[in-house]
Design a protein around this ligand. Structure first.
Ligand code: DC
Length: 235
């Protein structure tokens, strides 16, 4: 049987990481895990239960009560996240969660909690995981690492369209401020900040169609797969 690999996709907010991850998973029959959804679901739990972000004991107690799981949704063609068996895929995309998620994702215990689960999910390979620290911390040995970028104006427009579908009151400025704030916090936090892994391939999709970005990424996958197969024959 064809060897399965781990594909790690990292990058700034709203670069299209999840879109590419979903495309690749569909094409390769891999599992796609949106690691940002895990931080968002934890943030939703913290907000609902008024957990204080600076109280270590409250955070530890809260994490003990959080169970996260993913279930494939045939309609959307992607996995939905469940927080204690409740499908929270829609709620975690709300602006209230977006405004707090980077703060929650910078908390040490939260990162340990999420990274441990992400590594377990990746045990069997055949996975595409997107996030901020997948190639640097979660899977430093991933066979393929992609670091995605796109111009800020393009990213703001993409995210604005997504938000506008469910919230007509949102403004472009609010979306831009949120993206810039999250990029700043994500890149400057003490633990596993967002950065390109040294061995990551950079994919700038500012001027690429979805089909074009998929083709570039698939070429990389096939290159890696043929190298992996060659090495396993020699070994
Ligand atoms: O990919 P996203 O925008 O849904 O991620 C939400 C937040 O979660 C993002 O601002 C930073 C954080 N995050 C992280 O710190 N590490 C990851 N691997 C994924 C997301």
């Amino acid at each position: 049987m064809r060897q399965k690999i781990i594909i790690a996709i990292d990058g700034y907010s709203s670069c299209g990481k999840s879109t590419l991850a979903k495309q690749l998973a569909k094409e390769l029959l891999y599992v796609h895990i949106d690691s940002g959804a895990m931080y968002r679901a934890i943030t939703l739990y913290f907000l609902r239960n008024a957990v204080k972000f600076d109280k270590e004991k409250d955070i530890n107690d809260a994490l003990k009560n959080i169970h996260l799981s993913f279930l494939f949704n045939n309609v959307s063609g992607k996995s939905d996240i469940y927080l204690n068996d409740e499908n929270v895929e829609a709620q975690i995309r709300d602006m209230v969660v977006s405004e707090k998620v980077s703060e929650v994702a910078a908390i040490e215990q939260v990162r340990h909690f999420a990274v441990e689960q992400q590594r377990k999910i990746g045990d069997k390979k055949g996975i595409v995981m997107d996030g901020r620290d997948i190639g640097t911390t979660v899977f430093p040995d991933a066979e393929l690492k992609i670091f995605m970028t796109a111009d800020i104006a393009v990213r703001v427009e993409r995210r604005y369209k997504e938000f506008y579908a469910s919230n007509k009151n949102i403004t472009i400025e609010e979306v831009k401020n949120n993206l810039e704030m999250r990029d700043y916090i994500d890149s400057n936090r003490a633990i596993s900040p967002l950065r390109k892994a040294d061995d990551a391939f950079v994919l700038d999709n500012t001027n690429l169609s979805m089909a074009q970005q998929l083709k570039i990424a698939l070429d990389k996958v096939h290159e890696k797969l043929s190298n992996t197969n060659k090495h396993s024959k020699v070994d």
